[in-house]
Every structure is written in structure tokens, then in C-alpha cells.
Design a protein around this ligand. Structure first.
Ligand code: NAD
Ligand code: UDP
Length: 319
């Protein structure tokens, strides 16, 4: 296939480009570098199967030649209010990437009769009242809260994707991605994995927000990309959760990171660092992914963190 990947210079997009090329496909990467980095694609430069277009997906997209698949991953993705990469500091761009960017990429898929996959998110469930989250859950989202710029953009993106499928017959898929970590994630986007790993590798205490009883379920990037690729090859049009169902409290996660890195500086608690919008529990129900895609994550949290540490050490100049 010839595949257009938007958000190709980002954490997930660049890992996706690698898998697609390894599987023998041709990739056109598209990105405007608003949160991504050319470094993530440097190793693909000059490869016959890879080309790149610098472009903002909120504007009309022109791609030369025939395209077989469109994978729409372009969007800021970090909820951290202090990060320049965070969607709270890029609110309009985030709404536009989810709304106009999804419209334009669906337009490409329709014109090209290409299959389409939307990178959606667990955030469409908001601060969930049902646990774990199945795809049938409609979510608990404040439409005007600070996080709404991301959550509602993705909810609109899902609605638009289903409308193009139902009304125009576009061959669409929706992947609801849960917290993912691994090489090429941003070091300074303020999410918990980069924060904790950097603090631990500098022998500093880990900053646990609140009392650390909130939970997340962390998926290693290779597992996630494998699930997304299976969804792309499938004929499933309804949303599918892709994530790791092993749930951990943030406090337990901090202790794990300290153990795996040999950090003896412990933990500091920071009250109210995220405010009331911080989801208290998050865990995917992946029954549909298991059933439809024959997929489940294979890499444990300990194993995934160990695979991620060398990337952080290199980026931090520690080796
Ligand atoms: P990222 O910030 O590393 O990558 C996003 C990429 O999109 C960046 O390279 C950025 O420059 C690009 N981009 C943003 N707006 C653009 C625009 N208007 N035009 C062109 N390019 C644009 O983030 P990520 O973690 O790789 O996330 C990728 C996708 O996966 C996003 O859609 C995100 O919502 C979704 N997602 C990620 C996670 C996660 O845990 N990482 C979880 C749920 C959903
Ligand atoms: N968190 C934390 N310390 C940090 C960064 C994050 O305790 O230094 C917590 C945060 O409050 C949230 C969880 O870790 O409950 C996951 O946050 P992240 O920013 O990774 O993404 P989210 O899952 O909220 O989208």
C-alpha cells in the first residue's frame, strides 16, 4: 500500500512509519512540526519507500499520485499545562487538527477511495464513570472545561469519521488509544512517563500529583503500533480500544520507576498540580481488540520501561 501518515514526525506517527516501511509499504509522512521533531524521521531520510510533505493538515491537503490508506495522527496530545507542547497551550490548533484536519484527511480518503484510520483517544471517555472503559461507554466530558479542546475535538473527529463512513461509504476505522510510552516520546511534554524517568535518571524525587491513587494503564509503543496496524488491515468500522489493560496507581508506578532505575531519592507529593480535570481511573477493556484483531499487548510494564530507559539516557546526554 501507499500510506499517508499525518503527524509522522511525532512519537506514535514516526514509530508507525517504521512499522509500515518494515512491512513493505510506501509511506508519505506529513507534519507541520508543531509538537513533533524532524529528529524522529532523520533515519528515514533518503529511503526509497519514504517521502515527506511539510504541511498543516488544517489546510486543504494535496497528495500527488494514488494513495491506498490515510492514517490521521496529527494532533497535539499532552495534557500538561506547563508544556509548550501541551494542548492547553495550543487550544485552537488542537481543535483545528481534530476538526479541520480530520475533515481534510477524510476528504483525501474519499477522493482516493482509500482506507482511513483515525487516531482517537481514551480522553473521549473523559473522567469516566464506568470502569474499565468499553467502546460502548459514551463518556463523561465537560464540553467547556480546559481539556475539552482535545476531548471534544476527538469526539467531533469520531462523529465526522462515522458520518463519512455512513453517508459517503468511506472505508473508515477508529482507534481509541490509551496512554502509551516508549522511545521517541517527548522528554519535556510533562506527561508522567517522561517526568518520572528524567527525575529518576537525575536521582531526583519523583513528583506524584495528588495522593497518587489515580490510575493509568500504560502500553508500550511497539504493542500499540502492532494493534493499530492490525486494525488498519481489518474491516472493522466501529471504534476499537487499543491499550494495555494492566492498571496501576501513579504511586505504584513511581515506585516501579525508582526500583528499575535504582533511584533512592524517593517521591514528593504535589497537591492540586492538575486540578479537578485529572481523570481518576483509566483502563481499557480490550475484549473487542482481542476478538476482532486477535491482539493483546505482550510487553510488561517492567520490560517496556527497561526498553525505554536507553532512549532517555541518550537524549539526556547520560551515555
Ligand atoms: P506527538 O505530539 O508526538 O505527535 C503529533 C504530531 O502531529 C506531531 O509531530 C505534530 O507536529 C503533528 N501535528 C499536530 N498538529 C498538526 C497539524 N495541524 N498539521 C500537521 N501536523 C500536525 O503526539 P503522539 O503522542 O505521537 O500522538 C499522536 C496521535 O495519537 C495524536 O492524534 C494523539 O491524539 C493520539 N493519541 C496519543 C496517545 C499517547 O499516549 N501518546 C494517546 C491517545 C491518543
Ligand atoms: N502525574 C504525576 N506526576 C507527574 C506527571 C503526571 O503524578 O510528574 C500524574 C497526572 O496527574 C495523571 C497521571 O500522572 O494523573 C498521568 O498523567 P499524564 O500527563 O501522563 O497523562 P494523562 O493520562 O492525564 O492524559
Amino acid at each position: 500500500m501507499k500510506v499517508l501518515v499525518t503527524g509522522a514526525a511525532g512519537f506514535l506517527g514516526s514509530n508507525l512509519c517504521d512499522l509500515l516501511i518494515a512491512e513493505g509499504h510506501e509511506v508519505i509522512g506529513m507534519d507541520n512540526f508543531i509538537t513533533g521533531s524532524a529528529d524522529n524521521l532523520a533515519h528515514l531520510s533518503g529511503k526509497e519507500k519514504f517521502s515527506f510533505i511539510r504541511h498543516d493538515v488544517s489546510n486543504f491537503i494535496f497528495v500527488p499520485g494514488k494513495i491506498d490508506a490515510v492514517m490521521h495522527f496529527a494532533s497535539p496530545a499532552s495534557p500538561n499545562p506547563n508544556s509548550p507542547y501541551g494542548y492547553l497551550n495550543l487550544p485552537i490548533q488542537t481543535l483545528k487538527a481534530g476538526a479541520l484536519g480530520t475533515h481534510n484527511t477524510l476528504g483525501v480518503a474519499r477522493a482516493q477511495k482509500a482506507r482511513f484510520i483515525l487516531a482517537s483517544t481514551s480522553e473521549i471517555y473523559g473522567d469516566p464513570l464506568e470502569h474499565p472503559q468499553t467502546e460502548a461507554y459514551w463518556g463523561h466530558v465537560d464540553p467547556i472545561g480546559p481539556r475539552s479542546v482535545y476531548d471534544e475535538a476527538k469526539r467531533f473527529a469520531e462523529a465526522l469519521t462515522m458520518a463519512y463512513h455512513r453517508f459517503h461509504g468511506v472505508d473508515t476505522r477508529i482507534c481509541r488509544i490509551f496512554n502509551t510510552y516508549g522511545p521517541r516520546m517527548h522528554l519535556d511534554d510533562g506527561r508522567v512517563v517522561p517526568n518520572f524517568l528524567q527525575q529518576a535518571l537525575q536521582n531526583q524525587p519523583l513528583t506524584v500529583y495528588g495522593d497518587g491513587s489515580q490510575t493509568r494503564s500504560f502500553c508500550y509503543v511497539d504493542d500499540l503500533i502492532d494493534g493499530i496496524y492490525r486494525l488498519l488491515l481489518s474491516d472493522e468500522h466501529e471504534p476499537v480500544n487499543i491499550g494495555n489493560p494492566v492498571e496501576t496507581t501513579i504511586l505504584k508506578f513511581a515506585e516501579t520507576i525508582n526500583t528499575l532505575t535504582g533511584n533512592s531519592a524517593g517521591i514528593v507529593y504535589m497537591e492540586e498540580a492538575r486540578g479537578s480535570g485529572d481523570p481518576q481511573r483509566r483502563r481499557p477493556d480490550i475484549s473487542r481488540a482481542r476478538e476482532i484483531l486477535g491482539w493483546e499487548p505482550k510487553i510488561s510494564l517492567d520490560e517496556g520501561v527497561k526498553k525505554t530507559i536507553p532512549f532517555f539516557k541518550k537524549k539526556m546526554g547520560l551515555e
